[in-house]
Design a protein around this ligand. Sequence first.
Ligand SMILES: *Cc1c(COP(=O)(O)O)cnc(C)c1O
Length: 531
Amino acid sequence: MKQKEICNDKIGKRNICRLIPRVDSLMEEKEIREMIREYGYNCVLRVVRRTLDELREEIWNGTREEIQDEIREKIRDEIREETKEQIRKSAMERIVENLRKEMRMNLTSVVNGTGIILHTGLGRAPLGEEVLRHAAAVAGGYSNLEFDLETGKRGERCVNFEETVCRVTGAEAALAVNNNAAAMLLILSSLASGGEVIVSRGELVEIGGGFRIPEIMELGGALLREVGTTNRTRPDDYRNAIGEETKALLKVHTSNYRIIGYTQETSLEKLAALGEETGLPVIQDLGSGVLIDLAKYGLAHEPMVQEAVKGGADVVAFSGDKLLGGPQAGIIVGRKKYIDKMKRHPLARALRIDKFTAAALEAVFRQYLDPDRAVERIPALGMLTRPAETVRKDAEKMAARLSAVISAGDASSNRTEADIIVQACVSRAGGGSLPEENIESYAVAVSAPEITAGELAARFRKLDRPVIGRISGEKLLLDMRTIREEEIAYLESVFRDGKILQRDMSPQKKTYPQKNEIRQKDEMPRKEGEQ
Ligand SMILES: *Cc1c(COP(=O)(O)O)cnc(C)c1O
């Protein structure tokens, strides 16, 4: 009860509040002056003011324990110099912390230990070095983005990469927009608006993040004409549905699910023949759009863009940042007459890509001119095709290095023991690609007897450069397939710093696993990396 009385001691509190240093006196501190040089006067001033307000509020609400003691002991208006110093010190510490937090970018690079290569939450495909260098060079200055160097006149945005895209895919013409959802919207709006598009009932796909074929169709002003059944659609189903209103035939790659059992799918070739016979364009939404034969690397064969073009699709759409391994984009390839129509549609302007993407796309497609080189240079493909044995060796190397750091740690420090082992696990392509593929992999599993796996995962997420893992039982798994060589040194520094394994970091607060961690508990990260 005494505590409560003291907390209510307004005079005491008021006196303590009076000890909070003045803004202008703090701004003169050496440490603060250095911050001003780095971050600018106005930024620092704002943080200083905010921090002092916070302190004042905490003292007033009685949430600062160390100051409670002071209040308890103090005779109402006699204040020790010591207390003043203490408050100044704690204000300074808090200012430094607040400034560091405020200056840190919210969108930041993370270490992907989930083993999901195209994790939509983590930004899908990481870009390769050459691609980044080219994009930075183009975007960091002026470029011929829409300027024809031959004529000196206004040019076209997509011509710079169109030729390379056509050479790689075998198509007549190409165009790129913001993403594949946008690509489908542009295709349907320019080719099928006001008419009907025929699609199989087995291909009415929903992709994560609200992309549904029927809805995109409606948005594009086209009427969906569903044919066949969920499991079987024959060529005649399409043929019988063709009428006056029909504007196109659509085939959607069921990228994120499979229908198995008693099934029949009309092949692209058959659909293309029907398109040719009736003069209707055949559109294929490929989803991921892979450009190399994944079967060569022991993975399931994913329909390739080149096959779709060769198979007779008039228009093919696919993502830039799924298995292609490039920047976010929706790439449309196909017959020139249709692509030209799309280029002229007002939506093409609304959905156009920026110079950074245009540069990155050209650089990535150039790498595909030599498929072996593409696998070496495109990070997503490298991770996908890395043999499990290589991943295991890397995991062993990392486990050894982390264990060494831990055992070299200061025994007197407040750090708990930790166990680091290598464990077999399963990686996934993610991004709705190769949904059935269990990619054999190896993880470095971290566990600490005094820290729950959920708490450990939370601590890793709160690092300056967050590390995202996967929980399995009482362990935090860091799947080595998606961790890069240079990130091992960073993880070493994390363990050396020791905060990650600190005992009672927040004793009063137990961190419960969050929703996504519970989901991660599922050893197979099926729903992760929602597209
Ligand atoms: C992923 C996907 C899309 C959406 O592509 P985004 O580039 O994410 O917009 C559309 N269709 C299919 C079949 C997909 O797999």
